[in-house]
Structure formats: C-alpha cells, structure tokens
Design a protein around this ligand. Structure first.
Ligand code: MIC
Ligand code: SF4
Length: 649
C-alpha cells in the first residue's frame, strides 16, 4: 500500500472514512481533537453499575443513541449478595432507560456483540477496554470509562484525538498450527505495550481474506494491549458470510480504504513465515516464539476469554484433544464465549469430545480471565488463551501466566509441557458453519413504555461519587512512587474485590492493595487532615482496563494529581472525568529526584491548569518541577470543575 502514497492523494483510509462519516466537530487531521457520533454503546456489569448510576444522575428518561446493550459477564461467581444485587439493578435500570439487557450466562460481551449487534461502518463506545474486538467486523469500536459511555447514551458525541494510522499489511497464508493469536502477538512484539497512544491499527492486504471474522476479532481484541485507540479490518465477503450466518445479512456493507489512501506508517506481516508465539510473564508485550521456550512444565491451561472462545477456537481444541486425556499434572478449563458457542458445540458433539478428554467446562463468562476463579497454585505456570497476564491478575501473586493460541494450549494440555503446535495439527483449517445456532432469548429487550418499571437498588448500590471544583492552593504529599507500566489491575484489583464495584467507599480500601497495602489508610488519613495525595509514576501509567474505578477510588481517597512520565489513553480520560490532574514531567530526570513521602505544594493551580503548565514545589527537597497538564482544552474545563459530572448535571 506504500505505493498508494504516490501523489499524496487525499483519499481516506478505512479508519478516517468511518471517522469522517461520524464527525461532529473538529478538524479531521492527525493530532487534532475531534468529536464523533456514537451509534452503539455497550457496558458490562463490572463497569456498568457505575455507568448507569452516572446516566441516571443526568436525569434523562431514555437512552438516545441507536443501540445500548448492558451485559452481565464479569461478576458471575456470586459469592455473597453483592453480585446478584448488581445484576438486579442492571436488569431493572436497563428496562427503565431503554437498554437491551444480556442476562448472566448469555456469554462474554465482546463475543455476543460480534454475533448479534456489531455492524460494519458504525461506531461503538464500550466501558471495557476490549471493545475494539468489533473492529473485526469493520466497526470503529472504542473502549472508554463508564462516564463517557453514559454521556454517549445521553446522545453526547465522544471526543478523541484524530489518530495516527498504522497500516498493517497481511500477506500470504498462515501455516498449519499457526493462527490469529500468533499474528497479534507478533504485532505486540513489534509495537509493545506502550508508546502507541492515539494510534490505531488498520489491517489490509491479500492476507485479510484468509482470515474469518472471529479470527479478525481476536486480532483487534488484543490491539488493546498495545494501547491503540482501536483496530480495524475491512468488511468483505468473509464479513458478509459471518453476518448472513447470524441472520444479519441486512447489516452488511462492503468497506475498505479508498483508492489511493495512505497510512502514517506501514508494516508487513508475511503470514506464511509466522511461527507460534507466546507472551511471557508479566506482560502481553513480553513476546517470544513458542519454540524458544518449548518444554516449559505447565500446571494449568485455560481456554476462553473474549480473545479466543469462538466456535472455531473450541472445535480446533476438541480436534487436537480427540483420543487423548489431559496430562495428569495439568488442569484444563474451557469457557465458551457465548451460549451460541456452547449450544453449537453441544449439538455437534464437540462438547462431549472435550469432556471425554478431561476438560473442565466453565461458565460462558470472563471468569478466570479477570481472576474471578481458577487461580493457579503457588508459582504455578498457567497457559491461557486470554489477553492479559499482568502480575497478580489471576489471583495468585506468584502465578506465572503465558498467553498463547488455542492450538498451543490444546497440544500442551496433552503433553504437560509447552509444545510448539506448528505442523502438528490434525487439520489445515476449520470450516465455519453456514448458519450459527442463533438464539437471542437471553437478551431482554426494553419495553416501549417503562413508566411502571421500578429500579431495584440493593445495599451494595451506592451513589456516583462527586468531586469539588479545583482549589488554587493544595498542600500534598507523595503517597506512592511506582515504576513503569503500572496497570489498572495494580491500581484497582479485580478478582475477589470485584464485588465492590458499585460501592466506592468499600472498594477504595483496596487501592494499590498488591503494591502497598497501607496506601488506602494513609491517603484517607491525609485527606481527613486536608492534605492531598500525589501518585508518582514512570512510563505508561494506567495501562490495561477501562475501569474508571482506578480514578474514582483514588479521587475518593483524596488523590489530587498523577505525576508520571506518560499516562495511557483511557486512564487519562478517566482521571480528567473525575477531576484528578494528569501531569507529565517536562524533564523526566525529575522522576528520580522526587521521593515517597516528600511534602509538596501546588499554588495558583486553577490558572496553571488552564495554561497547561504546573510548577510543583517539593518542600522536602527544596526544589520545584515543571509539569505539563496532559489534557485537552475540554478536559481542562473538567479539571477546573472537579470532574465532568459537575459540568453536565
Ligand atoms: C479487563 O479485561 O481488565 C476487564 C475486566 O474487562 C476491564 C474492565 C473492568 O475492569 O471492569 C477492561 O478491560 O476494561
Ligand atoms: Fe472479560 Fe477477560 Fe475479556 Fe476483560 S479481557 S472482557 S475480563 S474476558
């Protein structure tokens, strides 16, 4: 596609084509702040309760966007009353406000959205960082915090930076044993998990037609790990086949880049030379070839998550396992992505074959992926087809998580050791069904008239927290100093703590639990003495999840600013939404000078934030640092107001 740059024609690539058709304001040029119309929204239960509480606080009768879906997939273990209470709130508030509700057991939001609602050429905003999965069908799908989704449901446009478009050309065809997961791991090996803020990946080239929609979805899903705003594939005959097989032929539109379109950067992946890849602990960017670490003893294997839980993935696994029983020292768990997948594998004998091989069949939900269950043992090696292997995410701090394809996972389940699947598969490709077991009976569609619906609120359902307008002078202290790549799992653990998502006061007790368990109590004490807290961090602070709790709970504890070398996109937006100032060192060497416990002071802060540069005085060291306010003009207004809710109410 490089040659298409010749002549510098102003043709749009696919990304800019869709952005242009949804543009509400701003100049559609790389780096400019733009706003776009959002057609569809999605929430899941762990972020959804807060999003609907925020939506309710806007006092709007009914959602105003084309389609809003509320999924229940994260918190389905239901130890204690909290999760069920949350589900009841979500079910009733959905009916009240005109939202489609997907009941627990129906499956994982991204798999379900792909099967039932995603449309080429539309825009989707979801309160989950893997929302970009729908790029596999040619939709612009963006992950954000719950408040942004609540605003999109209220009909507000969504603001973003017009992205840099990285064109990834796929050529050739994958070899036996190598699959879509290996493509995205290769992309992560090249682009890493930091430094891709405000970029997108657009796939093109002859190799695209060799990949099915679920495979393309796998690739777009893990673009989130690179930190890109979204990833996208063209919509072509494969897309049409997939939609038709789901009785959704009407949603099909062919879409690709315009002739002569160019990219800001291009890179080519030759699928025919690609090997099976693996991400090693503790980052999806820590990638190697499977053959380089083959032979590693494995204790647990988990197949599923929104990355690799499609019908095709599970059929492959069953075909590999057929005639074998899982190795005696390995526990194999399989979570189908949706009820459609589960129904289909039950109908065609795949499920029986998986059970015969000794697989433990888990619920169609996020489950293990978010550390809700299936934690590995002490120092355990867990091979997973999911997308995140952050330290502690599994629920076992010393657990070592490796991310790989279903092929690698299944063949290793037989041997008990990490095994390279290349050339060893008993199939070359799996034919997708011409018709899927479409069954939308676990979706509850909202009534036309919801005046008689009563929203149920159990004791776990709190209030959306408020902040106060920014003060001019703030005495503060460095409450924690962390290194690079601090994830939202470090800041706001999920797993066993997930049930407090609707209860900010309770959830706040666990901020940085695994990093420094004293953080919460110390900051709360400072807050009550009128002293603000500051978090000092290295590169790529806040990567991973879209959970706005990683901003709301620190806000509740009195955190006033993050001072970092760089901050990831979704987390930065969440900080602004809740009035925590995202600050970036002008001189990165200042990171080494500032220390835990240093007494700080901000003064004339409102003017400085509006101007975009803040001088932070370190009273302990008797020095000061220049910091850039990492926020757009619109976000600076939110910061001054003490968060976005104060502006929209
Ligand atoms: C994740 O994979 O980390 C999650 C759990 O799906 C999160 C959402 C959440 O924290 O609720 C995400 O990806 O945004
Ligand atoms: Fe659920 Fe895991 Fe996907 Fe997040 S990454 S949506 S926890 S399956």
């Amino acid at each position: 596609m490089n040659e298409k740059n010749i002549g510098g024609l102003m043709a749009d690539n696919l990304c800019y084509r869709i952005l242009r058709s949804h543009l509400v304001s701003g100049k559609l040029e790389k780096g400019e702040t733009i706003s776009i119309r959002i057609d569809q929204t999605l929430t899941q239960d762990a972020t959804g309760t807060m999003a609907y509480l925020e939506f309710e606080s806007m006092d709007i009768d009914r959602v105003r966007n084309e389609l809003a879906v509320s999924y229940v997939d994260h918190n389905t273990v239901q130890v204690g009353f909290e999760n069920f209470d949350d589900h009841e709130y979500l079910r009733t508030v959905a009916a009240k406000k005109g939202v489609v509700y997907s009941r627990a057991g129906n499956g994982i939001c991204h798999q379900l959205q792909l099967e039932n609602f995603a449309c080429p050429g539309k825009t989707l905003l979801g309160s989950d960082s893997h929302t970009p999965t729908q790029g596999g069908i040619g939709e612009i799908a963006i992950g954000s915090g719950g408040l942004d989704v609540a605003l999109a449901m209220a009909g507000h446009p969504f603001s973003l930076i017009a992205p840099k478009v990285v064109g990834i050309e796929l050529k050739g065809k994958l070899r036996n044993g190598v699959s879509a997961k290996d493509i995205i791991l290769k992309v992560l090996e090249k682009y890493g998990v930091k430094g891709n803020v405000n970029s997108v990946f657009e796939y093109y080239g002859e190799g695209v037609s060799t990949l099915t929609v679920p495979e393309r979805a796998t690739i777009c899903n893990m673009g989130a790990e690179a930190g890109v705003t979204f990833s996208i594939f063209p919509s072509d005959e494969e897309t049409e086949k997939f939609l038709a097989a789901h009785d959704r032929q009407d949603s099909y539109v062919p879409l690709c880049a315009e002739d002569g379109a160019s990219y800001d950067e291009t890179w080519t992946v030759d699928l025919s030379t690609l090997s099976a890849m693996i991400a090693m602990p503790h980052s999806p960017g820590n990638v190697a070839r499977v053959k380089d670490i083959e032979g590693l003893k494995v204790d647990q294997i988990l197949i599923g998550s929104c990355t690799n839980s499609s019908y095709m993935d599970l059929v492959k696994v069953a075909r590999i396992l057929k005639g074998h029983v899982v190795h005696p020292t390995v526990s194999l768990g399989i979570a189908p992505g949706s009820r459609e997948v589960l129904e289909m594998i039950s109908q065609d004998g795949t499920l029986a074959s998986l059970v015969a091989s000794g697989a433990r069949i888990l619920e169609c939900a996020c489950g293990f992926c978010i550390g809700n269950h299936q934690s590995p043992g002490t120092d355990g090696v867990s091979l997973r087809t999911s997308n995140r292997n952050f330290e502690g995410r599994s629920g076992t701090k010393s657990g070592r998580l490796y991310l790989c394809s279903p092929e690698t996972a299944a063949i290793s389940a037989i041997s008990g050791f990490l095994t390279d699947p290349e050339g060893k598969m008993p199939f070359d490709s799996i034919d997708l069904p011409e018709h899927y077991a479409v069954d939308r009976s676990m979706f509850i569609f909202p009534p036309e008239n919801s005046s008689s619906v009563v929203v149920k609120r159990g004791p776990n359902i709190g209030e959306p927290p408020k902040n106060v307008p920014l003060k001019d002078d703030i005495p503060a202290v460095v409450a924690i100093k962390v290194g690079d790549k601090i994830t939202t799992d470090h800041i706001m653990p999920a797993g066993a703590r997930l049930k407090y998502r609707s209860n900010i006061r309770e959830y706040s007790k666990y901020v940085f639990e695994g990093v420094d368990p004293t953080f919460s109590a110390r900051t709360l004490e400072n807050r009550d003495k009128g002293i603000g807290s500051v978090i000092v961090a290295g590169y790529s602070y806040g990567q991973g999840s879209s959970r706005e709790h990683a901003a709301i709970c620190p806000m509740y504890l009195g955190v006033k600013a993050i001072v970092a070398k760089s901050i990831e996109r979704i987390h930065q937006a969440n900080l602004c939404n809740f009035g925590i100032i995202p600050l970036v060192f002008t001189d990165e060497r200042d990171y080494d000078r500032i220390g835990l416990g240093d007494r700080l002071s901000f003064s004339d802060l409102r003017r400085q934030v509006a101007d975009g540069t803040v001088v932070l005085v370190n009273e302990t060291k008797n020095e000061s640092y220049r910091l850039d306010v990492y926020a757009t003009e619109e976000q600076k207004e939110m910061l001054l107001a003490g968060g976005r809710l104060n502006l929209v109410r």
